[in-house]
Design a protein. Structure first.
Length: 307
């Protein structure tokens, strides 16, 4: 674009809450073939609420090798999970702590805390050695998560993020959070499909939860990329772009920055992190997925007027 074209584009866009960074961005936006949305915080509000706490019977070896089931109650599961998460800055951890607070549960002292990116947290508390996170986290620590399989699958089928809670090597329960799909998400996906764009969803969340949310917004199952670790998000963009497809990646988190840079066009949602905005070519000030369509329209209109 000429400097004049860039200026016209920027002026229009600033008024609409869509900011284009630099001259060639306007032109590149209209070349997009596929739009890849991060799930949490982009298609959804990113404000998790604790929805479920479910104990899982744990088998305790009694004298003589007999196996007796020891039941734990809901408030114990929540106390164990929230205590371990009390040092967490992850939205999931914060939701668990807030939920415990709302239920008047006192937190135990934490001796050690470790954040395991894309998997969960590990902490030593007054309760013992605690893990809160996904199956991969428990698999890494050689803890059997099968006693919780049924509960996990049921909650995930409802589109919730279900997390395993383990204490001293055994699963003791499951906690789940839910997030609200943004109001304009479904209409935006449908409008993008009408205009011939491929629409993808990218998330660290598990496949069942991701598919439930994808179904809600109309993204086809074969275009859902789930259980993607933070440092793998850029690789997923690369694989989508491998056949020459030009992808627009829309995300909000620190995790998303490399993917935003790798994509043909990186779009940051305004409520997201500074890191995401720095990595992005376009910023949507209003955190509204519908503004992706607005950015495409501005790009097309501005350039056709000038030509
Ligand atoms: P996203 O890509 O959706 O932002 P993350 O990569 O941050 O997700 O996390 C992926 C998965 O790891 C979560 O869905 C959750 O199962 C688990 N996880 C991450 N952080 C935590 C935490 N603090 N507590 C429990 N589970 C967590
Ligand atoms: Mg995210």
């Amino acid at each position: 674009a000429t400097p004049a074209a860039t200026m016209v584009g920027s002026t229009i866009s600033a008024k609409n809450g869509v900011l284009f960074k630099g001259g060639d961005v306007l032109e590149r936006v209209r070349e997009t073939d596929a739009v890849v949305f991060d799930k949490t915080g982009t298609l959804t509000e990113g404000e998790m609420q604790l929805t479920d706490v479910e104990p899982v019977e744990r088998n305790v070896r009694a004298d003589g090798g007999a196996v007796a089931a020891q039941a734990v109650d809901e408030s114990f599961v929540l106390a164990v999970a929230a205590s371990a998460e009390s040092g967490s800055e992850h939205p999931l951890g914060e939701a668990i702590v807030r939920g415990a607070d709302e239920h008047g549960i006192d937190l135990a002292t934490v001796e050690t805390f470790e954040n395991v990116p894309g998997k969960g947290v590990e902490a030593t508390t007054e309760h013992g050695d605690v893990l809160v996170g996904n199956r991969a986290l428990l698999d890494d620590r050689r803890i059997d998560s099968t006693p919780a399989t049924e509960t996990m699958e049921r909650l995930e089928g409802e589109g919730k993020t279900a997390m395993l809670v383990a204490l001293d090597g055994d699963v003791i329960g499951v906690v789940a959070t839910a997030d609200t799909v943004r109001e304009s998400a479904k209409a935006t996906v449908s409008a993008l499909h009408d205009r011939g764009y491929e629409v993808y969803m990218l998330t660290g969340d598990n496949d069942r939860t991701a598919s439930a949310v994808a179904a809600e917004v109309g993204i086809p199952t074969e275009r859902v990329r789930s259980e993607v670790l933070p440092d793998e998000k850029a690789d997923v963009i690369e694989s989508i772009q491998a056949d020459g497809t030009r992808a627009m990646m829309v995300g909000d988190g620190v995790n998303d920055a490399p993917a935003l840079t790798t994509a043909h066009i990186g779009v940051a949602i305004g409520s997201g992190t500074d890191v995401a905005m720095e990595a992005a070519d376009v910023t949507l000030m209003r955190s509204d997925p519908a503004d992706v369509l607005k950015a495409i329209r501005i790009s097309e209109a501005t350039l056709s007027k000038i030509r």
